[in-house]
Write a protein of this length. Structure first.
Length: 139
């Protein structure tokens, strides 16, 4: 059994962003040498997400608008969490909706995706460095 671990770092210049990280995960897979197994990709921050979907800009704008309707950033006073001096309660909720991680099967040394699937890092409280863990296990 082979185990591989790498941290990917991101700093989105905006409060919210969706970043396609598929190529970075594929590079990790190549570096790991795993031909058959699983790749776990997870956000290591509670205001960020990793998810799988289509790389289509309209869909990403739809996600952004939908998430903002479900958990609007303002008014920040509407959230109990923000009474701690933070202003990111909405980011915690957006992360809960979008999820923490993605797991992808590895088959013949490739990420085993369905049509159009890509891996994304979702940022909901950006403008600072955050990391994503890539853990690949298999043989």
């Amino acid at each position: 059994m082979i185990g591989y671990r790498k941290e990917l770092w991101f700093e989105a210049p905006t409060r919210r962003a969706f970043i396609n990280i598929t190529s970075q995960v594929e590079e990790c897979l190549r570096d790991s040498g795993v031909r058959e197994g699983l790749a776990l990709v997870n956000a290591m921050h509670i205001t960020a997400s990793v998810f799988i979907n289509d790389d289509e800009s309209g869909l990403h704008r739809d996600y952004d608008h939908w998430l903002e309707r479900l958990a609007p950033h303002e008014p920040v006073s509407a959230y109990q969490h923000n009474r701690t001096g933070e202003d990111n309660a909405d980011a915690h909720m957006k992360r809960q909706i979008m999820g923490r991680e993605a797991v992808v099967a590895v088959t013949e040394g490739k990420l085993d995706f369905g049509p159009w699937e890509q891996i994304f890092y979702g940022e909901f409280d950006g403008r600072r460095r955050k990391r994503v863990l890539v853990k690949i296990v298999g043989e």
